[in-house]
Design a protein around this ligand. Sequence first.
Ligand code: EPU
Length: 337
Amino acid sequence: MPIAENISLQALHTFGCNEKAQYFNTIQSIEDIATHIQWAKEKKLPYLILGAGSNLLFTKTFEGLVLKMEIMGIKKVQETASEVFLSVGAGENWHHFVSYCVHKGWGGVENLSLIPGTVGAAPIQNIGAYGVEAKDCIESVTAYDTTMSSFVTLTNSHCLFGYRSSLFKHEKNRYIITSVQFILQKQPIFRTEYGAIKEVLHQKNNKQPSVEAISNAVIQIRTEKLPDPKKIGNAGSFFKNPTISKSEFENLIALFPKIIAFPISDELYKIAAGWLIETCGWKGLQKGNVGCYEKQSLVIVNYNHATGKEIYDFSEEIIQSVQSKFNILLEREVVVY
Ligand code: EPU
């Protein structure tokens, strides 16, 4: 296993900042994992598993071992009259996997079309869009447990999925996901209730939605609203939508009647962070090489060779302005190194 030294991470993450990894290698099979982790442990170095790098920001050299996950393969494990069980390698591109299912007419992941990233990263932050989250079709996750030095398969409930969170976030770095097992539906129930999907299907006069029509609608919405990381550096939503109590919400709506919020239980409201940031005047604003995307304020963009530190400082300014106007502390969805 030749481990490379002093490797640029610029092409390996979607913000495209020119930071480096002290040590770097790829993981192409489950046999590669234990030896690399042992190597890092012996050297007392931290390690980082990299997928497509679409949800992280490097602000400095990573003084440790970066391992790019490249375990591939989509395998049908079982098929019944109504369901298909697939086991998918952690290194597979997420949208490639979605397209595979859409092409077969299997439902479950079509609302998650075009999300950048890999299959192995999807359970970590429980990716979600347009009314669906990855957890809705994950049956189990297979991972190398670096504490026990053995492979484990964790069922959906063991993964402790929540909004942009999971066991893999709570116990950061303990598990190295090698494959994800999905259940897809042969007679899917379509989830078109999310406003924008309904509108696009309506525009296209699509009265009988299909897995393919929904996937195409999502691709259209995302393409219109979100910057393409191949053209402009970004990591999708930089912040999470914050959750506040009903009483905090009632105080806020009295002051800001246009606030965009959704009740998520009798006691809790989720607030659209994009609205908070836009209302603070950030939408479309550029400072130096960094900006707040003109069509979606939750997205921070790297216009021109920004350093990770510049992007981080910009996000800090947004957090402070939202805090002082609304007394809400935004949490980053992007993982910062
Ligand atoms: N809004 C504004 N101003 C903005 C952005 C949004 O007022 O600048 C308002 C919108 O008008 C809408 C509401 O906020 O009423 C919600 O906006 P949107 O539907 O765009 O969704 P979001 O909550 O901003 C979340 C996810 C996205 C996902 C979309 C669609 C998070 C942090 N983000 O964004 O996920 O694509 O919903 O389901 O939950 C990602 O995680 O990287 C990501 C792109």
